[in-house]
Write a protein that binds this ligand. Sequence first.
Ligand code: COA
Length: 260
Amino acid sequence: MTYQNLLLNVSASIAVVTVNRPEKLNALNSKTIEELKEVFTEINKDENISAVILTGSGEKAFVAGADISELNKLDMISAKAFSEKGQEVFNLIENLNKPVIAAVNGFALGGGCELALACHIRLASENAKFGQPEVNLGIIPGYGGTQRLTRLVNSGRALEYILTGDMIDANEAFRIGLVNRVYPKEELIKKATEMANKIASKAGNAVRLAIKAVNAADSVSSKEGQDYEASLFALCCGTEDFKEGTSAFLEKRKAAFKNK
Ligand code: COA
């Protein structure tokens, strides 16, 4: 499948999805949102893909937000649909059955910051800049940012960034827990690939169920979450990989997972 505004490269079970509108700093127009839905739907079904890296094309940006030329034309009815469509696609990414690592290689603003927030793990280059500048446009974040940013960095910090529209650099993003790690620009994709390969070498069902269990923490009580965890833990114990992982430890050898 080919895309107008995305690049997809699959190598050794790792998919790299690159938002590819560098002349517009990879701003998310509706075509790009639709293509993100298509590519992540396909990746979800593809048993040959174990992990995904999401990044932006060019030297400056991961994604500089929703496309403001499209935003400018919204009315109240179309805006609701616009927001819900983006939320649907970002929820698809958050609930993917394989890990998605954001490799944030420059500006991650507005919808770009929200896109990174929907990924499971965020790695950033030293030049990355994060922000929710929607207030400068007379709007609020509409692709899940008010919820995900608040859960990740607390409401005081989320409100500071959403109300001032200020950008923060990669080191500040690391300090507040918005990104997991920061690397020199030229090392970012290499480090993201190393992490993706490491995760891909683990028991696939355990990885998939761990994502489900952790994601549930956002929406259920601790008691419900722990009941769910116990059920998913039990499911793991029905897999061949569970037998292989535990036997390999006891036999002092490296596990050879078949991801079953
Ligand atoms: N939507 C549409 N186009 C965008 C865009 C966006 N979110 N962000 C950047 N672009 C376009 C610019 O209009 C420009 O296009 P042009 O060359 O046809 O005029 C091109 O990308 C390059 O951007 P430019 O502003 O010239 O780069 P810069 O290095 O001077 O500034 C930013 C970079 C990120 C600070 C600036 O582009 C910006 O503030 N973008 C908007 C960020 C934003 O508000 N995002 C939230 C949207 S919800």
